[in-house]
Write a protein that binds this ligand. Sequence first.
Ligand code: FAD
Length: 441
Amino acid sequence: MKIVIVGAIAGGSTVAAQIRRAVPDAEITLFGRDPLLGYGTCGMPYVIGGLIEDKSKLVGSSPEKFSEQRDINVQLKHDVLSINRDNKTVEVRNMETGQTFTESYDKLILSPGGTSRIPDLKGLGDLPLFTLKSFKEMEEIIDFIDREKPQSCAVIGGGFIGIELAENFALRGIKTTVIERNERIMNIMDPEISEVLGKEMTDNNVEFYFEDAIERIEDKRLIMKNGGNLEVDFIAASLGIDLNTQLAVEAGLHIGPTKGIVVNSFMQTNDPDIYTIGDAAECKDWFTGKPKNVKLAWHVHRQSFIVARHLAGNPVEMNGLLGSTITKLFSLTAAMTGHSAKSLSDEGIEFDTSVYEGRTNAGYYPDHGQILLRIHYDRESRLVLGAQAVGDKGIDKRIDVIATAIMGKMTIDDLAALELCYSPAYSSPKDPVNMVGYKAE
Ligand SMILES: Cc1cc2nc3c(=O)[nH]c(=O)nc-3n(C[C@H](O)[C@H](O)[C@H](O)COP(=O)(O)OP(=O)(O)OC[C@H]3O[C@@H](n4cnc5c(N)ncnc54)[C@H](O)[C@@H]3O)c2cc1C
């Protein structure tokens, strides 16, 4: 079986390795535009901030080693230009030589990710503007900071990557202002959680312009729509990504309402010989079965496994997605799984919320911390629908337990009965997860 993979970072490199294990005799070719293979995208903000000192630690295998160890034909700096579904071929351009050639496939796997949105700002002129999606973009930011020693910056967008960037600029001693068109950062989470995160940023000298946007730029001065202005040395835009679906669109693959490429539970598109994984794939929501696009790394890895098993003739299905996610912000951690209060209201689902705010572990233990844990559950069935937490420690554990509870179709009352481990360093005899269950009772 001849397999061609498009995109060679998170999904592409993972699915290639998975297929090699699942289908030992497959002939695998991997094309990627990027000059690197499968690096740790998620670590990039921390290289910028200096927490990860050696950027090369993000880079996994060299293409040569990867090819040799797994017998995979890795072709980096190669752009796949088009798909001919009738002939089962792709047209590829070698980005170094400019030469194009045709490659045939039995099965084609797309993991093309997305491209950072660039704001259209009047008067950008000489004010440098950066985005962070690739290793090269990360290097550009680091080179600029090292060379120009900027004193101030504006981060446009207060989502996950925007706040991680803001944190890391601030840690480099750069006066950082976040510009967010909504009334708060991280509006994917409940307002009560965002508020704690916003305060943590303010406490660490990050400033905000909420419900505002840049109207125009004059020299280095940002003139805001609401009348304010600020001077910065550079801008980092974190406005999300546009999915790289052009190839798929031109090949007649179905695009769904989330703008992702529609796939079934085996990650096949409407052409059963073409699969899509990663950021560009439109899957289903765990609860509602409605289209859902999640741009996170766990999903890419699971989807790679699903494709490999399907190709091996030993299929397992992709579950609906919860969108479990976590982030670190200065000394805090915030995480969520499943639905937020807003997404439940948008879906018209009747729910109640149980809240625990208190210690993460025994108060007499020296490094005890604080946690705010919110769980939403169905008013009728009492099934857990979503949870969010913010605090000092053990946030990952609580949200992961609740993600497991959701997938096990547990009710809020079952949470009180969960037998969880306890020692003063980690928890209390009634863990915060138990507590939300008791409170709901
Ligand atoms: C700064 C940052 C931090 C992140 N942090 C986290 C985190 O903490 N946790 C988490 O879960 N997720 C995180 N993510 C998200 C995670 O990195 C993505 O979900 C994941 O990389 C998506 O994998 P992918 O294979 O779909 O796309 P990518 O990894 O983006 O790879 C797509 C590749 O395909 C190439 N390509 C596209 N079209 C073609 C073509 N026609 N021909 C050849 N090549 C093509 C692209 O150039 C790109 O190199 C982060 C992302 C960023 C940018």
